[in-house]
Design a protein around this ligand. Structure first.
Ligand SMILES: NC(=O)c1ccc[n+]([C@@H]2O[C@H](COP(=O)([O-])OP(=O)(O)OC[C@H]3O[C@@H](n4cnc5c(N)ncnc54)[C@H](O)[C@@H]3O)[C@@H](O)[C@H]2O)c1
Ligand SMILES: O=C(O)C[C@H](O)C(=O)O
Length: 393
């Protein structure tokens, strides 16, 4: 008996809404014309395109599907993908060399991602000490990139990419929004130095509250929106995937999921676009279980804060920042969640919000507008309104 599998959409209605059918061929599948016939009967539009075959696919002689089927769903994650040939950055500057900045320095230095890594921190001696410590690893790692550290912001001069983690982290009982005043001052200082010393840089803001601080960085530097990005979506999406993988008892590499919206109370994980082993979540999880995973993603940062008592997560945020840098230097491709100023995308104007976008050497290339459910779209609008309100008060 032959089999044909049509997967990658939650429901037929969802597939209709998206206007396309996604077929994924897995090793060992027998592909027949059955899927095409079923699709046509259901009135679905098929989108032809190449499908990467993970392994040889047997066919039963039916001709219509062969090895080229339908375009794959976008992949939001790539934990197990082998790195493509990537560009090495020139000068990478890290403003803030604390928990997150120090981990970013470690990861970038270990992977020899930049010719020069400059750490800047107002804490006396701290950035210089970390830079020296990292240089001491080069005899083991063979990394050729040099690290330097100092206390003054003019060290950003000529940087190609600048990551800003300077500022206070929250303590138990605080929301990220509680940091708005204290950290806005830090962002203003950093932004002014960036504007004068590194006018062509792409800036990745990490400091919280993320969307508000990215807005402030845009305002102070006057840079185009393409060059001021906020990191949070890659972290929140990783947390969402981790929660789904644990709940379903599968490897995180089998989970594809994205989180959009604000990096705050109004975070918006997107279950309608999530898959496990290429299948909709409801194949593996109940509605209640998915809700629990959504909650886990939203509260993930707070859970770490509660456990640490002082300070917040540092390791996953550093990896999530590397994901953005990797997209910019060509080590990864495809859309990635990032906070950017919206100019009408998703029906939202003049607010920095987490959305999927393609990144390249000069920062953001293009925002990808996903078809979301009504509830998910409403969640984005709620997040946008909340950010507007916080910035206005
Ligand atoms: N966007 C995200 O997903 C995300 C994730 C984790 C942390 N964060 C945020 O990142 C920020 C840093 O977190 P952390 O854990 O690294 O904190 P941390 O306290 O370990 O490090 C912050 C560093 O900034 C330095 N600093 C403060 N003001 C400065 C200035 N004007 N110039 C240069 N350096 C300055 C401090 O000396 C300190 O070393 C916090 O605001 C935190 O909430 C955001
Ligand atoms: O939770 C925090 O305050 C830090 C960061 O935003 C995170 O999500 O880990």
């Amino acid at each position: 008996m032959t089999q044909g599998r049509v997967i990658g959409t939650d429901t037929v209605e969802d597939a209709r809404q998206r206007g396309r059918l996604i077929v994924e061929v897995m090793p060992g599948d027998i592909v027949t014309a059955l899927a095409r016939e079923s699709a046509e009967r259901l009135g679905l539009k098929l989108v032809d395109g190449p499908v990467e075959m993970p392994a040889p696919v047997r066919t039963d002689g039916a001709t219509s599907m062969r090895r080229t089927l339908y375009r794959r769903a976008p992949k939001w994650q790539a934990p197990s993908r082998s790195p493509r040939k990537a560009r090495r950055l020139g000068k990478l500057a890290l403003i803030g060399a604390g928990g997150v900045g120090g981990n970013i320095a470690h990861l970038t230095s270990r992977a020899d991602m930049a010719e020069e890594i400059v750490l800047i921190d107002i804490a006396p001696g701290m950035a210089a000490a970390t830079a020296l410590d990292l240089n001491h690893t080069s005899g083991i790692t063979g990394a050729a990139g040099r690290c330097i550290g100092g206390e003054t912001l003019d060290l950003v001069s000529g940087a190609e990419v600048i990551v800003v983690t300077a500022g206070r982290a929250r303590s138990p009982g605080m929301t990220r929004a509680d940091l708005i005043d204290v950290n806005a001052r830090v962002i203003r200082q950093a932004g002014e130095a960036i504007r004068s010393e590194a006018p062509n840089a792409v800036v990745i803001v990490v400091t919280n509250p993320l969307d508000e601080m990215t807005t402030e960085m845009l305002r102070v530097t006057g840079f185009p929106r393409e060059r001021v990005l906020g990191m949070a979506g890659t972290l929140d999406s990783s947390r969402f995937r981790n929660a789904l993988a644990m709940m379903a008892g599968v490897s995180p590499a089998d989970v594809d999921a994205i989180t959009l919206g604000s990096h705050g109370e109004e975070m918006a994980p997107i279950p309608s676009r999530a898959t496990i082993k290429g299948r909709p979540l409801n194949v593996f999880l109940s509605e209640e279980q998915v809700k629990a995973c959504v909650k886990d993603a939203i509260t993930g940062g707070g859970q770490v804060v509660a456990l640490k008592k002082s300070g917040s997560a540092t390791i996953a945020p550093a990896h999530a920042t590397i994901e953005l840098i990797d997209h910019m230097r060509g080590a990864r491709t495809g859309p990635v969640p990032v906070s950017v100023m919206l100019n009408g995308e998703y029906g939202i104007d003049d607010v920095v919000l987490g959305v999927p976008a393609h990144l390249g050497q000069g920062g953001m290339i293009k925002i990808e507008e996903l078809r979301l459910t009504e509830a998910e779209t409403a969640a984005l609008h709620t997040a946008a309104d909340a950010i507007r309100t916080r910035l206005a008060t």
